[in-house]
Design a protein around this ligand. Sequence first.
Ligand SMILES: Cc1cc2nc3c(=O)[nH]c(=O)nc-3n(C[C@H](O)[C@H](O)[C@H](O)COP(=O)(O)O)c2cc1C
Length: 145
Amino acid sequence: MEQRLESLFTPWKIGSCEIKNRIVLTSMGGTDLFGWMEKHHFDKAGAHFIMEVAKNNAGLVLPGCQPVYNPMFGQWLYKNEKMYQDLKKWLPEFHKTGAKLFIQLTAGFGRSFTISGMMETLYSNKALRVRSMRCTRGICWTSLH
Ligand SMILES: Cc1cc2nc3c(=O)[nH]c(=O)nc-3n(C[C@H](O)[C@H](O)[C@H](O)COP(=O)(O)O)c2cc1C
């Protein structure tokens, strides 16, 4: 290996948490463990992708940001017990890779968020807009990350 790359394979720490190398999958909405812009659930496709990245020696894996309250359909993240049961079954396999997993929680999205066709429909249809504003009332619409 070229000497200039060697430091990539040295461990580092965040507080007391040691990460085996400096290869990190950054958070990208869509690579979520609990669903993205849809009803929260343990997302098997997301979990498969995250597992593959970990098996290919990433030291730290950050799934896409996870809304604590779903802005599209309005569920609290902490309330879906089945999803956490599924996660509990999956995690031991993930831990075998030696990678660490951090979940990035978000209260909403920043100004640079891309408006999808679905969101445009939601905003331009008055009935849907009123309904969705009721769902998101009390939620700060500012990105936390
Ligand atoms: C499709 C997509 C979704 C992203 N979602 C998130 C996110 O959920 N949270 C976050 O902090 N950054 C997010 N990012 C930013 C990336 O994590 C990364 O920081 C950014 O792409 C810059 O990395 P780079 O300089 O290696 O390209 C996203 C980027 C892309 C392309």
